[in-house]
Design a protein around this ligand. Structure first.
Ligand code: FMN
Length: 355
């Protein structure tokens, strides 16, 4: 029953469940366990070097013979502005002082974009994962075509109809409809443009009606009833991120897990304060300061992320996690602590009952 959409056969999976790629949190063990359980496991390599990414793919392949997804970031290179960056660091200075950290004198673009990255493209063409997905935009047409010619199924995140149409026109095999509820970075192509902030259900329905490619719903989906609701709206599958963070196979550290299991999980914010692009996470001290009315313009992505990570690195050594990126969606209070295979099995059971 759950394999009803023909796109699942194309992906080579039994259940309409995709474990979201989560750079820094998804691991080969998590992705492989989800794929072995009949869903689609995903790796996020947006924060990895080409060689680290290749190793993650090979490790995953050693743990599963099933298809899995590899996700890359397609953001535009940062528009560097020394005065804006200095003003941002200056604004964070009291937080650096609080933990005794040295204020950075310069910041780096810590994550390269996949756009135009021939080395990363060639690695993917060599490793040939079954699925590759794009976040924050699309790669050049020739790179997308090369992946498809290699037999790789391509997915890309859209937060509105315009982005979804661009993905369809570019030849993407399916569109991930990411609603405002979603945890982690919003896949919006232009973070400085207007954002209608559509919820997952509205966006999914809109894209199902307007596109001819399959739609995958993402954002706030935490259980089988949530997946069923999205399938009823016409989605081919659901992509869940926050629901998988508490799995023992994820890379989330003890503080992240504790936060997600606490009452604080009910208060998430979509904020650019941590990384320079909008992302949803559990509110902490750096988010509160970044969102304050007198905050200056945040440094661009991923330059601001460099500042936040430097601050967090020092604070974490003092067991202070108020500057960490504890990404989570609005469904966070519904997160459950299961190993990945049990979670997939539970979701499938609930989905079957939610008729
Ligand atoms: C910890 C975390 C990290 C994420 N990292 C990525 C990523 O690397 N690439 C990506 O395409 N999406 C990423 N996302 C967004 C997910 O793909 C997805 O849109 C989101 O998790 C769906 O909402 P949910 O968390 O409410 O299930 C991340 C989400 C979380 C929670």
């Amino acid at each position: 029953m759950s394999a009803s959409h023909p796109f699942l056969a194309r992906l080579g999976i039994s259940h309409p469940i995709i474990q979201a790629p989560m750079a820094g949190t998804a691991t080969p063990a998590l992705a492989a366990a989800v794929s072995n359980a009949g869903g689609l496991g995903s790796l996020g390599i947006g924060a990895s070097t080409v060689e680290q990414a290749r190793r993650m793919i090979q490790e995953t392949r050693a743990l599963t013979s099933q298809p899995f997804n590899v996700n890359v970031f397609c953001h535009a290179a940062a528009q560097r502005d020394a005065a804006r960056e200095a003003a941002w660091v200056d604004y964070l200075a009291p937080l650096f002082a609080e933990v005794g950290a040295t204020l950075p004198t310069s910041l780096e673009e810590i994550y390269p974009t996949f756009v135009g990255d021939e080395a990363a493209l060639n690695m993917l063409l060599e490793e040939r994962p079954a699925v590759v997905s794009f976040h924050f935009g699309l790669p050049p047409a020739a790179h997308l075509a090369a992946l498809r010619q290699a037999g790789i199924v391509t997915l890309a995140t859209a937060t509105n109809l315009q982005e979804a149409r661009l993905i369809e026109q570019a030849g993407g095999d399916a569109v991930i409809a990411q609603g405002i509820e979603a945890g982690g970075h919003r896949g919006i192509f232009d973070p400085d443009g207007n954002d209608e902030r559509l919820p997952t259900a509205v966006l999914t329905r809109l894209l199902v009606r307007e596109l001819s490619v399959p739609v995958i719903a993402a954002g706030g989906i935490m259980d089988g009833a949530g997946i069923r609701a999205m399938l009823d709206l016409g989605a081919a599958a659901a992509q869940l991120g926050t629901a998988f963070i508490l799995c023992p196979e994820s890379a989330a550290n003890a503080a992240y897990r504790q936060n997600l299991k606490s009452e604080r999980a009910a208060t998430t914010r979509l904020t650019s304060a941590l990384s320079g692009r909008p992302a949803r996470g559990i509110v902490n001290q750096i988010i509160a300061r970044g969102e304050a009315a007198d905050a200056p313009a945040v440094a661009p992505y991923p330059v601001a992320y460099d500042a936040a990570k430097q601050l967090h690195a020092v604070a974490a050594r003092q067991d202070n996690h108020e500057f960490a990126a504890h990404w989570a969606g609005q469904g966070a209070p519904l997160a459950r602590e299961f190993d990945a295979a049990t979670l997939v099995r539970t979701l499938v059971g609930e989905l079957t009952q939610a008729r």
